[in-house]
Design a protein around this ligand. Sequence first.
Ligand code: SAH
Ligand code: SF4
Length: 383
Amino acid sequence: MKSVPVKVVAENAPGAGAAPQKLNLLGLDRAGLEGFFAELGEKPFRASQILKWVHHRGVTDFDAMTDLSKALRTKLKDMAEVRVPEPVLDQTSSDGTRKWLLQLDGSNAIEAVLIPEKSRETLCISSQVGCALECSFCSTGYQGFNRNLSTAEIIGQLWYVTRMLEQEGTGRQVTNVVFMGMGEPLLNFKNVVPASELMKDDHAYGLSKRRVTLSTSGVIPYLDRLTEVSDISLAVSLHAPNDALRDELVPINKKYPIAELLAACQRYIADKPHRSITWEYVMLDGVNDTDEHARQLARLLKGIPSKVNLIPFNPFPEAPYERSSDERIRAFSNILSNAGLVSTTRKTRGDDIDGACGQLVGKVADRTRRQQKRAQRAQAGTA
Ligand code: SAH
Ligand code: SF4
């Protein structure tokens, strides 16, 4: 493992802790920028100009935006800024996976991970500081929750990594983005949607809808809202083929059980030809990985255009689970394939830098006092 400390941001650094006054244009998508410029009495094409400067070329200084009039540049400098994330740590795993810790404010930091593969570079980004849900196998869940990320903080992860790759001059670039870092993206709907629009905008990052994937534990009301406004790819954290087990692993299932979730997922792809749902299924030894679970899963997904992604469990100290053996994962996968389901097994990447799924923890100033409450419960249990 190689670890490069980048720059330590002081807890009270200006623009970090104190509430910034100026509007951060980094976080406005095309619609947002057009609205902003309309208020200034400017034409909508200004939005394309700013998108190109900021996201395409990585320019944050209004003075360098030479196709804007001097008067407009002065106006922008007075009322707006382009504020980008501050890196605090840059680590590279022995398998090439790279993880950045980005400072948000005095007490919170998030992680973004770049996973290089043969024909693509996938960036895994965070949508919240921590997570308010408590899936029993997830270390982000164990960390507790502080707040939603702003649109600027979400797109800032892609902005920053794009610039890093450019500076390094290897010709590599981010080809895919997955919302599989910290947080439940649908619980930050209002900021996640514009960030995903920026990812797809031709004047910003120009990624196709197939290359931007939102992963959710299944917050149905927001999934239905997503159906109305977005066409990005959808991955769903299923992890169990029946409600009794899913209630245990993904507690939000008690509110939004499997049958309702599957119906909402079908609505999501209904008007989108050739689209399918990716079902994420973490392989927990002796918990959800038997032949019977595989058969149940195949029956459950029958008739839904699906891909199943089996994820070997990534352990963390507090986790009460073990990873299924490779042999078990193969047997499970074979049952799915024999039932006609496309199934892939995710390669575990970035293990040595805790950069794998469910290991992203960042630095969360927990508001839920989750760890304290857990310790109290444990104490009461042993008393
Ligand atoms: N909150 C969203 C997205 C972030 S989690 C969601 O739950 O889908 C991204 C993926 O990592 C999810 O499929 C999640 O279930 C999985 N994951 C979480 N903890 C894990 C762990 N310890 N090992 C393997 N996968 C894990
Ligand atoms: Fe939150 Fe997803 Fe982790 Fe569940 S798996 S606690 S929803 S981040």
